[in-house]
Design a protein around this ligand. Structure first.
Ligand code: PMV
Length: 311
């Protein structure tokens, strides 16, 4: 039996603008994980994928071509030059990453699946190859993904991401803490990305300027993180949230949690990921974390985790 896992992720700065070539920053979150086991099945059984958390069992030959799990298995086997008809495997997926929460659950499942298949077949791929394969699955989910999710999850390091440029990982000089609050409403990444695109097409000048502002915030945030100037990050997060609001990708639920976090002493807060639901993040000192966590539950958060970056 082979087993592999992949972490979740948080976009700290730059979502949406990243689709238009501006930089964004994302970090891995190891508090949540997708895990995949691959076992040999009886001869002639073929490949069966079991996604335990969503109660699905999918047989390879019977799935639609765009079913994301079998799509990922097929792409991986093709990449490894393995004939899927010659393999008898039971593939089991479990995950603690909330689905459609902006924490990269789809990309993490894809990365864990690719890693577990590679391990089982004794054919390891490097992070760039794993990321490229997972990107193909992301395209099924999101239509025009920037590639930031599969990159940060495959590399498992803080990533400064700019579409079309080589991947840059970077160091976190001084650790910092985030409280991550789940609105309980699914994020609508595909929809919000499509709406932003339509708005951008109607008024490119205005939206390009907004994307530029967001990109500059991501650049300044990277400098602050590398210099250990954590106090600068809170205001930058709140400025980024103001731009996301203007892009119309926030929601009343996200705004309620963001306001609650700030009132409880967070240094800055914003949505993370596609928006319209999913998760928000708040920058806190370790002393404030419990207070902000409690305030978020009180404001209706479904789940709240506290995670350290660079810890
Ligand atoms: O909702 P998530 O976690 O998949 O993040 C989407 C981030 C966007 O910038 C909105 C889209 C993208 O492809 O980068």
């Amino acid at each position: 039996m082979s087993c592999a896992s992949a972490v979740g992720k948080i976009i700290l700065f730059g979502e949406h603008a990243v689709v238009y070539g501006r930089p964004a920053i994302a970090v891995p979150v190891s508090d949540v994980r997708a895990t995949v086991t691959v076992e040999s099945a009886e001869r002639g059984a073929g490949i069966t994928v079991v996604a335990r958390d969503i109660g699905r069992t999918i047989r390879m030959g019977e799935a639609a071509a765009d079913e994301p799990l079998t799509f990922t298995v097929r792409n991986t086997l093709t990449c490894l030059a393995c004939d899927e008809r010659a393999l008898d495997l039971n593939v089991t997926i479990t995950s603690t990453i909330p689905v459609a929460g902006g924490l990269g659950s789809g990309a993490a499942v894809a990365v864990a699946l690719i890693r577990a298949l590679c391990a089982h077949l004794g054919r390891p791929l490097d992070a760039a190859q794993v990321s490229a394969l997972a990107y193909r699955t992301e395209m099924l989910f999101h239509g025009t993904p920037s590639g930031i999710d599969n990159t940060v999850i495959a590399y498992e390091q803080p990533v400064y991401f700019k579409k079309g440029y080589p991947i840059e990982t970077f160091a976190v000089r001084t650790p910092f803490w985030l409280v991550v609050g789940d609105t309980g409403r699914p994020g609508l990444t595909k929809e919000s990305v499509a709406d932003v695109r339509a708005a951008w097409q109607r008024n490119p000048t205005h939206y390009n300027a907004l994307f530029d502002t967001i990109g500059h915030l991501a650049d300044r945030a990277r400098q602050a993180i590398e210099a250990g100037e954590i106090a600068l990050l809170g205001p930058l997060m709140s400025e980024n949230q103001a731009c996301l609001r203007e892009l119309d990708v926030s929601s009343p639920e996200l705004e309620r949690l963001i306001a609650a976090a700030l009132a409880a002493g967070a240094a800055g807060a914003k949505l993370s990921g596609g928006g319209r639901g999913g998760n928000m993040i708040a920058l806190v000192t370790p002393e404030r974390a419990a207070r902000v966590q409690a305030a978020l539950y009180e404001a209706g958060a479904k789940q709240v985790i506290v995670t350290g970056v660079g810890v």
